[in-house]
Design a protein around this ligand. Structure first.
Ligand SMILES: *[C@@H]1O[C@H](CO)[C@@H](O)[C@H](O)[C@H]1NC(C)=O
Ligand SMILES: *[C@@H]1O[C@H](CO)[C@@H](O)[C@H](O)[C@H]1NC(C)=O
Ligand SMILES: *[C@@H]1O[C@H](CO)[C@@H](O)[C@H](O)[C@H]1NC(C)=O
Ligand SMILES: *[C@@H]1O[C@H](CO)[C@@H](O)[C@H](O)[C@H]1NC(C)=O
Ligand SMILES: *[C@@H]1O[C@H](CO)[C@@H](O)[C@H](O)[C@H]1NC(C)=O
Ligand SMILES: *[C@@H]1O[C@H](CO)[C@@H](O)[C@H](O)[C@H]1NC(C)=O
Length: 527
């Protein structure tokens, strides 16, 4: 009786309340992060769109495109922001990236998205690049919420040998003296030399989906897929280089980049086909995002049109070219039909908001287990096309700008139409690489400004060309005050020059040499 009554109530509730956009059970959640893909490097690129045929057709059929999408300027902070939904300055990750055998990572008291999803029944899988710490076992992916993680723990590696040299940052060891960084959960994987990394990871993603379907069909799946492409080294497969999409790209480095983009597109095609096959009738949400601006020294680009619409700066800078990026939110069943193939342009969305959105959909009313988020769910905004809850964010506050030296605080904030920066060096605009230009190194610095504080109306001036500081002193004052308040929230970074985790740990080098591969080197460490 009890049961019958319950079923009846459920049936009535479902009939009455089930809105078409609301998942009736926990959706499968997939997050694809494309490494070092710049603002002009995705399917909408002015020169490389042909490399993304599958993503282009998926975007037109199944996705909402985010117009004003933002990330952090570099890898480790972006990954920290996504996996915790919190500002990197709270995480001690506001300065640089984890470089080889440095003794730090994502603080161990942070709760990750897979931690949270696992607590409500998800099986959690990761494939690709980690870059959130490996100095101790506790920092590695399977201890940070993943049931399984297949991939590498450094920030990049060779696409064919799957190795990373010691001292690749402060160049001490010969760079070719690389050590294997390919892990299946905790174990080093040998014997994959010669297989292109993205193919390996694509294959593994498909295996995870098939395995989940076969053994855990009753549980929802979370798949985090931080790709190796299109980060340097510039290494591509012949079949991609010879494709119609890439073979005529005039610049040799940009052509390699094109091949890497095409490989990512293929992997996404295989991924979505596998998801449809495995989970046909279920709700599946796929998000695809860049992680930071394009690296102009490695053929990335943030400049669709040098005369009309070109972001200033590049990866690792606080300029729009470092942080404005591309993202798609895709689902065949969860998005309203009239939103499919459209662009959401009612405000900003930050990478941290992707965490909050996935958390809202996955936890579906369960209480969260983590500390307060800086991210805000955009689900309601993009499904109803209402203004974004994201109206402001701290771009970064790095107490110690510069490389190998401390040149003072570098800070930036986006707020409404405005962007304010201080302690930031001038940057130029980098056009799409032409036949004759190999890398950005051969470009001359176009701008002549010498000051280091800037105010732009980014809505009006997305290329950050007109410094409005003197016209709006009150705006400058109020944004400075917001930055000062935010800096009080900071956890001091330990990887600044003379910081406790800045130098690579030689015990780490010894452990890695002894294991002939990248392994954790200290039993306990700074949390
Ligand atoms: C992806 O799909 C293509 C066919 O479109 C296939 O040739 C390729 O081997 C697949 N890659 C992987 C890793 O499964
Ligand atoms: C790609 O083209 C190069 C030269 O243009 C050729 O040597 C190579 O065999 C081709 N590879 C494939 C997979 O078609
Ligand atoms: C680091 O410490 C050395 C010696 O203690 C000092 O000379 C140097 O200025 C410090 N560097 C920074 C960036 O603080
Ligand atoms: C921007 O304008 C302000 C106010 O005039 C000035 O102090 C600052 O130096 C300018 N920035 C640059 C880089 O010229
Ligand atoms: C910024 O530019 C936009 C677009 O031109 C304009 O609508 C807005 O009023 C400007 N904002 C401010 C605060 O001037
Ligand atoms: C990490 O865990 C493995 C497997 O349990 C163990 O063999 C290894 O000693 C640990 N490493 C460190 C540095 O604690």
């Amino acid at each position: 009786m009890q049961r019958v009554l319950h079923s009846l109530l459920v049936a009535i509730a479902v009939a009455t309340w089930a809105a078409p956009t609301k998942p009736s059970k926990q959706p499968h959640l997939v997050f694809v992060l494309i490494d070092d893909m710049g603002f002009n490097d995705f399917y909408s690129s002015s020169d490389l769109s042909a490399a993304w045929p599958h993503v282009a057709s998926m975007a037109a059929k199944d996705c909402v495109n985010l117009d004003q999408y933002y990330t952090q300027p570099i890898c480790t902070p972006s990954r920290g922001a996504f996996i915790t939904g919190r500002m990197p300055l709270r995480l001690g990750l506001q300065h640089g990236v984890i470089n080889g055998a440095q003794d730090y990572g994502l603080p161990l008291d942070e709760v990750t998205l897979p931690d949270k999803l696992r607590s409500v029944g998800y099986r959690t899988y990761g494939v690709g690049k980690w870059h959130l710490g490996m100095y101790n076992n506790a920092s590695t992916p399977t201890k940070r919420g993943f049931d399984h993680f297949y991939g590498y723990w450094n920030g990049y590696e060779d696409y064919w040998s799957h190795t990373v040299a010691l001292g690749a940052g402060p160049s001490v060891e010969p760079v070719q003296n690389g050590y294997l960084d390919l892990h299946d959960d905790e174990a080093l994987v040998r014997g994959k030399e010669g297989t292109y990394g993205p193919e390996l990871f694509s294959q593994k993603a498909l295996e995870f989906i098939a395995d989940h379907k076969a053994h855990h069909a009753d549980s929802p799946m979370f798949l985090y897929y931080p790709m190796q492409n299109v980060h340097d080294p510039l290494e591509a497969m012949d079949e991609d280089l010879n494709s119609t999409a890439c073979k005529n790209v005039p610049n040799a480095e940009r052509k390699l980049f094109c091949g890497m983009a095409r490989s990512a597109d293929r992997a996404i095609a295989n991924l979505t086909a596998a998801l449809t096959e495995a989970f046909g009738g279920d709700d599946v949400l796929v998000m695809i995002s860049g992680d930071n601006g394009g690296n102009v020294n490695s053929a990335g680009n943030n400049c669709p049109d040098i005369n009309k619409f070109c972001l200033r700066g590049h990866k690792a800078t606080l300029w729009e070219g470092g942080i404005r990026n591309r993202a798609l939110v895709c689902s065949k069943t969860m998005l309203p039909a009239d939103k499919l193939g459209t662009t959401y342009s009612k405000g900003m969305v930050h990478l941290m908001d992707m965490h909050a959105t996935l958390e809202e959909l996955g936890l579906a009313g369960h209480p969260t287990t983590g500390p307060p988020l800086d991210g805000k769910s955009i689900w309601s905004a993009i499904t109803k096309d209402t203004p974004s809850p994201r109206t402001e964010f701290v771009v970064n506050i790095d107490p110690c700008s510069g490389h190998g030296s401390c040149n003072g605080v570098e800070a930036g904030i986006r707020s409404g139409d405005w962007k304010f920066m201080s302690g930031v060096n001038s940057e130029t605009w980098y056009p799409v690489p032409s036949a004759s230009r190999g890398t950005a190194a051969s470009l001359t610095q176009a701008s002549v400004e010498t000051g280091d504080t800037w105010l732009f109306n980014v809505t009006h001036d997305p290329g950050e060309t007109i410094n409005l500081s003197d016209k709006y002193p009150d705006v400058v004052k109020s944004l400075k005050a917001k930055l000062a308040a935010a800096s009080k929230e900071a956890l001091a970074p330990c990887n600044v020059p003379n910081g406790t985790c800045n130098a690579e740990n030689m015990a780490g080098w010894a452990a890695i040499k002894a294991a002939d591969g990248w392994v954790p080197w200290i039993g306990t460490g700074r949390a």
